[in-house]
Design a protein around this ligand. Sequence first.
Ligand SMILES: Nc1ncnc2c1ncn2[C@@H]1O[C@H](COP(=O)(O)OP(=O)(O)O)[C@@H](O)[C@H]1O
Ligand SMILES: [Mg+2]
Length: 299
Amino acid sequence: MLNRLPLSRLLSRRRSGGAVDGQSSSDRARRGGSPQTGARVVCIASGKGGTGKSVVASNLAIQRARMGERVLLVDFDAGMANAHLLLGMTPVHDLGHVLDGDVSARNALVKGPHGLSLLSGGVGRQTLINPTRRQLDRLFKALTPLEEDFDLIVIDHGAGLGYSTLAHLAATSTLILVTNPELTALSDAYAIYKRAVTVNPSISVGVVINRAEDEGLAKAAWGRFRGASIRFLSREPEYIGWVPADPAITQSVQQRSPVTVSWPDSPAAKALQTVVTWSGLDLARGSQPFFQRARKALR
Ligand SMILES: Nc1ncnc2c1ncn2[C@@H]1O[C@H](COP(=O)(O)OP(=O)(O)O)[C@@H](O)[C@H]1O
Ligand SMILES: [Mg+2]
C-alpha cells in the first residue's frame, strides 16, 4: 500500500550534510500562519509497524502530563490498539464506541497518571480497522470538542496509509516520524514524509531513529533519510534524535509502565527525553482546528 520509492539505491548511499544546491529548507523554517486556539496536536507515524511509535507516543504523553500539561493520547491504531497496554491503563470505551454513538468522546476517555487522558483505539473491531470516509468524518466530528479540553493531543498511528492517517497527515501542523535504521523502515518512513509534504506543504516534521545499536548507525540512517529528502523533495525534516535498542524498553512493556517512568535512568529513557523536550511540540498549531482540517481532507 505504501508508495515505495526507487529508494534502495539512494538510501543505501550515505550523503554528507548540507543542502543540495542550497535549495532545501528545513521544515522548521516553514512553519507559519495564524495559530488556532485549543490543543496543539502532534501525530506520530512511521509507515512500518513495530518501529516504536507507541513507545514514543506513550512516553511523550506521560512525560508532558508530568510536566503539567493537559495531555490526551489518542490511539489511532484503531482496531489494533495497544497504547493502553504500554501505559497500564484499562479503558472501558474506545474509538469504536464513539463512532457508533454509544458514548461522547469526552465520556470515552480514561484517566491515567499525572492526569493523562487516553482515548483507546479498541481491539479487534472491523469497522475501526477499515473505516469508510463517511465513518471517519463522523468520528472526527465527534472528536472535535476534545480540542478545547487539552493543551496537547498526541495521536499514535498504526502502520500503513489508511484514510485516517492520510487525513491526519493533511491536517496536522506537526508530525513525528519514528523509524529504525533498517532500509525497509527508512523507505516506509520516507514514503510517509513524501506523502505528508505533498498534501500538506507547511507541515513540520521531526524524525526519531529508534532502536539503533549505536549513535553511528543512527546518524548514518538519518543521513540517508535526509539525503533522499533533500535530493527528491528539496526540503528536509528536523532530526529530533535517536533512541538506543535497550532491554529496559522490553522490560517496561512487560511491566505495562513507560520506560521513562519505570526505568528513568536507562539509556532509552534518557534518549526519549529529547523527544519530550523537542521544541517542535511547542509550535504544533495549525491555522484551523485539527479535526476540522482532517474532515476537509476526507472530502
Ligand atoms: N528502543 C527500543 N529498544 C528495545 N525494544 C524496543 C525499542 N523500541 C521499541 N521496542 C520494542 O518494539 C515493540 C514494538 O514497539 P511499538 O512502539 O509498539 O511499535 P509500533 O507502535 O511502531 O508498532 C515494543 O513492544 C518494544 O518491545
Ligand atoms: Mg503502535
